[in-house]
Ligand binder design. Structure first.
Ligand code: MTE
Ligand code: MO
Length: 324
C-alpha cells in the first residue's frame, strides 16, 4: 500500500477542504500551472496550483462580517490604487504592476514560532476555504471604498505556524525586486524598501483581520496586491500590506514603513479615528469613491472605520491620541 508521509515541516491539516472547492482548485491545476506539479518533491502532499490571474474563485459569503453598503465599482477598485513600488500616481499600479510575476510565489515564515520555513503559497492556502468579506477601506489620505474581498482569515493561517509565547507582534514584508517593481529602481524614492508592516498579535488574531487572494469573485489583480495581501479594515489602508513574501513573529514591536518615513504623521496603530487629525489634514470626513469634482461624495468617517463592536476592546485603556 502507498502511504503518504507528512514531512516534518508540513503544516498540520487543521481542516479538510470540502470537495467542491477541492474540485475547483483541480480545475485551475489542469488549466494553469502544469509545471508546478512537476516541481513538487516526492513525498510532499500534492499542491493544488495557484489560480491564474483573472480566474473565478469559489467562496462562501461571510454575511455577519460584511457591510451591505453599495460596493465601489470594480473599475475604480482596480484603477485607483496606492502601490508605491510601481509609482506614486494613483494610476501607476494599474499601468505597471503587470511587470511583476506572481507565480510561483512563496512566503518565508520566521521568528517566534514552532513551524518556521519557506512555504509555497498554495501549501499555505490549501486547507482553507475561501470566504467573501465586503469591507470598507479607508485610506489615511481621506478617501474610501467598499470592496468585496475573497480570501482567508489571517488568524486561521497564522495559527498553523504555531507562534510561541514570545510572539507579541507579527511583521510582514512585501516583495523587494527592483527588476519587477520599477519604483524600487528609482534613486529618488523616499521609501527604504521593502515595504514593511506589522500588527500586535491580538490585532492579527481578531476575526476581521483578513488575507485577500481575490476581489469581486476573481483572483486579486496585481495592482491590488497579488497574489496575497493583508486587509485590516479598522485601520488606515497603509497597514494592509500587499504582495507579502515574509511573515515574522517577534517579541519587539516592528518598525513599519510609514512610521519610519514620518513618525509624527503615521503611527504604528493607525486605527481609523475621526477624533485624531493628521497633522496636515482633518480625518473627520472621507470621499467615498467613486467621487467626482461635482459630486465629491463626502461622508463622515467613523471611529475604527465602523468596526468598533469587533475591535474597540483591543484598545481599552489606551490613549488613542498618543498611540495613533
Ligand atoms: N506593498 C505596499 N502595500 C500597500 C501600499 C504600498 O504602497 N505598498 N499602499 C497602501 C495604501 S496607502 C493603501 S490605501 C492600500 C490601497 O489598496 P488598494 O490599492 O487595493 O485599494 O494599500 C496599502 N498597501
Ligand atoms: Mo492609503
Amino acid at each position: 500500500m502507498f502511504i503518504k508521509k507528512q514531512p516534518s515541516w508540513a503544516l498540520p491539516r487543521s481542516c479538510v477542504t470540502p470537495e467542491r472547492i477541492f474540485l475547483n482548485r483541480r480545475k485551475f491545476m489542469s488549466g494553469a500551472v502544469a509545471g508546478a506539479a512537476g516541481l513538487a518533491m516526492p513525498g510532499l502532499l500534492s499542491a493544488a496550483a495557484l489560480p491564474v490571474q483573472g480566474e473565478s474563485l469559489s467562496y462562501v459569503p461571510a454575511p455577519g462580517l460584511s457591510t451591505s453598503e453599495e460596493k465601489t465599482p470594480y473599475e475604480d477598485v482596480i484603477r485607483y490604487n496606492n502601490f508605491y513600488e510601481f509609482g506614486t500616481g494613483k494610476d501607476d499600479p494599474a499601468k505597471y504592476a503587470n511587470e511583476m510575476s506572481v507565480d510561483p510565489w512563496s512566503i518565508a515564515v520566521e521568528g517566534e514560532c514552532d513551524r518556521p520555513g519557506t512555504y509555497a503559497l498554495e501549501d499555505i492556502l490549501k486547507p482553507h476555504d475561501y470566504e467573501e468579506r465586503i469591507y470598507r477601506l479607508r485610506c489615511v489620505e481621506a478617501w474610501s471604498m467598499v470592496i468585496p474581498w475573497v480570501g482567508v482569515s489571517l488568524a486561521d493561517v497564522l495559527k498553523r505556524f504555531e507562534p510561541n509565547s514570545r510572539a507579541k507582534y507579527v511583521y510582514f514584508e512585501t516583495l523587494h525586486d527592483p527588476e519587477q517593481m520599477r519604483a524600487q529602481r528609482s534613486l529618488f524614492s523616499t521609501i527604504d524598501w521593502p515595504y514593511q508592516e506589522g500588527l500586535r498579535m491580538d490585532e492579527a488574531m481578531n476575526e476581521l483581520a483578513f488575507l485577500a487572494v481575490g476581489l469581486y469573485g476573481k483572483t486579486i489583480p496585481k495592482q491590488n496586491g497579488a497574489p496575497i495581501r493583508l486587509v485590516i479594515p479598522w485601520k488606515y489602508g497603509f497597514k494592509s500590506i500587499k504582495s507579502i513574501v515574509k511573515i515574522r513573529f517577534q517579541e519587539e514591536r516592528p518598525k513599519t514603513t510609514w512610521e519610519m518615513i514620518a513618525p509624527r504623521e503615521y503611527g504604528f496603530y493607525a486605527n481609523v479615528n475621526p477624533e485624531v487629525d493628521h497633522p496636515r489634514w482633518s480625518q473627520k470626513r472621507e470621499r467615498r469613491l467613486p467621487s467626482g469634482l461635482l459630486s465629491p461624495n463626502w461622508i463622515e468617517t467613523e471611529k475604527f472605520n465602523g468596526y468598533g463592536d469587533q475591535v474597540a476592546h483591543l484598545y481599552k485603556g489606551m490613549d488613542l491620541q498618543k498611540f495613533y
